[in-house]
Design a protein around this ligand. Sequence first.
Ligand SMILES: *Cc1c(COP(=O)(O)O)cnc(C)c1O
Length: 348
Amino acid sequence: MAPQDIKNLVRPNLLSLKAYSSARAEFKGRAEVLLDANESPWPTGRNRYPDPSSTELRHALGKLKNFNPDQIVFGNGSDELVDQITRIFCSENDAVHALPPTFGMYKVAAGIAGAEFRAINLSPDFTIPVEELKATWDDKSKILWLCSPNNPSGNAMDPAVLEDLIGSFPGIVVLDEAYIDFVPELSFLNRLDEFPNLIITQTLSKGWGMAGIRCGAAFASPFIIRMLNTIKMPYNINVLTTGVALEALDNKDQMQAKVDTMTSERKRLETELPKLDCVDYIFPSVTNFLLVRFKDSAAVYQYLLDNAIVVRNQAFQPNAANCLRITAGLVEENDRLLVALRNFTTSH
Ligand SMILES: *Cc1c(COP(=O)(O)O)cnc(C)c1O
């Protein structure tokens, strides 16, 4: 898709919308006395409004990812970005495409925007049925959500397939890289400039271990970034989140050590679970979780709950009958899970 065609995908009323102008954006020059924003004057570290464009955080992330900081925008979790992206391109007469089983927010965001949600299920091995998907594209198609590695299946999609889909979809393709910290070599970030219709989202919630601070990032062309900045609430990334995020990004080694531990624990579960009679199949995963097919997932799910262990039921999802999604926890938590499942096996 040519860069100039992207504009035609945007909801027309947004092209002329002027973003809210915050107090601090309206002057240039030295600021020693700030009497412009009706803030409380005592310097507590949180009495001032945050920088609406998260300049320092963008530069820190840009440096870490070797990516232009002017092509980054942050969301209150990537959840917020999913909603914003949907509302930039979609209203009642538009369609979004996704490949279930996948992240649930794509459908919710489409519902909020009033857009049609067109789902083509992933194949039984959770690869993308390319021709079947392409057959559903038409002039209503505005967004294609691709999640790689995918939640809840845990597999990464074939890069050649992703490239083909990004190159041929007649709208915006969003590649959700929420789990990319577990397989950084598979990221499309360093190829983003090849694809004017591509948005990549990442998050501090998974590998970085900071789901509680709500911080996700979108990477895209300058035009798409401008649209995201136009519709976002000015202070969506607060001062406390910014401080904690900056500190985390400055300690990448700490993140890496935890990602390595989560990965080795996932591998341990991958080795141990198939030894149990109640387990039918483990889907291959490159993330910090496993999709596991049991012989009787409902009984296992309830038994784990009775033992105060909570996993995610996926049995209602397409191609995931009898499946539970299990996150790799602390070593002792995974031990406890394995003990419970062994006890289940001997008692059933
Ligand atoms: C967890 C998850 C997210 C949400 O991330 P937040 O930044 O916490 O909102 C997005 N996409 C996928 C696929 C996820 O699994």
